[in-house]
Design a binder for this molecule. Sequence first.
Ligand SMILES: *Cc1c(COP(=O)(O)O)cnc(C)c1O
Length: 492
Amino acid sequence: MDRNEIYRRIPGVDRLMQDGAVRKMTESYGYDQVLDAVRQVLDKIRKKLGEIQSDEEAAQELDHLPDQIEDILKGWSRYDLRRVINATGIILHTGLGRAPLGEKAAAHAMQITSGYSNLEYDLESGERGDRSAHFEKVICRITGFEAAMAVNNNAAAVFLTLAALAGGGDVIVSRGELVEIGGKFRVPEMMEVSRARLKEVGTTNRTHLSDYENAVGADTRAFLKVHTSNYRIVGFTSSVSLEELCGLREKYNIPVIEDLGSGVFVDLKEYGLPYEPTVQEAAAGGADVVTFSGDKLLGGPQAGIIAGKKEYIDRIRRHPLARVLRIDKFTAAALEAVLMEYLDPETAEADIPALRMLTCPLRYVKQDADTLAGMIRAVLREGEKKEENRLPDAGEADETVYETLVPITAGECRAAAGGGAMPGTEIRSYAVYFEPVQITPSELDRRMRRLEIPVIGRIQEGRYFLDMRTVDEREIPYIAEAFRGGSILKKG
Ligand SMILES: *Cc1c(COP(=O)(O)O)cnc(C)c1O
């Protein structure tokens, strides 16, 4: 068949729209969308035919036109923001949405947002209420602070606090705490945009109380402490504690603000994890205002919580930017639900996914890795049986499948808290390791990312692996199914 003949065989738009399979697509996708897809496929095929050398290949391109149309339609109708399975072992993975929300909190948020709610309505008085009221009391009960509110994220919380309490004045910060968090949060830049002037004191490794005191002047509006969330300064170091700084506050009547970063409510040392300052300690230590994230170690929705003495929180609430940075009803609902879990530490540990994954004993993670490895071996074997239409002899299946496709082992690995929390802390974990024979580890990684529910694993030292610390037990059968028949491991 010559090339002109092939071109002549490209159907027109109208004829393709009349094709049985294509007509059927209009029922689920609508006429206009199908028409757009048909045009796109025809454009593509004309361009492609010009590039293809062999006539045989060109003729093949003309087959499966309806399939190509359907692929386009499916792509259009699929959400771009999708659920994925996190098998990276990084619990607060910024790329994968940081803290996953617990089921109770997600269900509550859905219930509140799918109807009307008393978001800013006082049910007692029938008058206008405050959206922070729903979780303010519970924050105060847990932490011991007098008042609390929430904004879009912790960056916004720091920014608003500085703008409201120190805009136009000086804020004294130790040089050891001029933090940069990933994603463009830098303390000096936050200061600048909040119109507070940064007054650096001390050195990178050592700052003394006298450094703070010597810097106090007529324009000083606040002392700021910043938790060094994502790095540690070790060796010859010294820093000033919150309590010491609060001593100066008494002397000069200047508020002490602490940006806690993650802001945890539970003592992580109890789980063999490194110390993270808790919000309760900051309250007991005398901080005037603290800020922390809702979706780091707290395990809630993205939010920045500001808690502290009532006079300061009231000033922050009245600032015009509070309206700009306010949280929405999804967040308000989810935040209240997550905070309520903390009233009982045992419930918190069980119901808040980030906390559960962080504290899960190694033996359970190992159990999950063994389960997944076993399930994958089973579905690979089942696939082989079907292909050959016979049962493999004893020991044979392992050899044919594992030798030609993939040696699978469960073994120890290192997970991490992520999200700029607990730097350098490796959390013991278990993974399922794959050493595919016919394809490269990065090809397997790519194929896993293309599943209907994408699975995000890791590659290290030439092996692809799935860290089970961040995989929910209920996701295991889905991951195993991807290996049925072994085609995901085969060349081509
Ligand atoms: C993470 C972090 C922030 C920013 O919080 P987001 O919720 O990501 O906006 C600010 N300060 C510190 C110390 C942090 O660790």
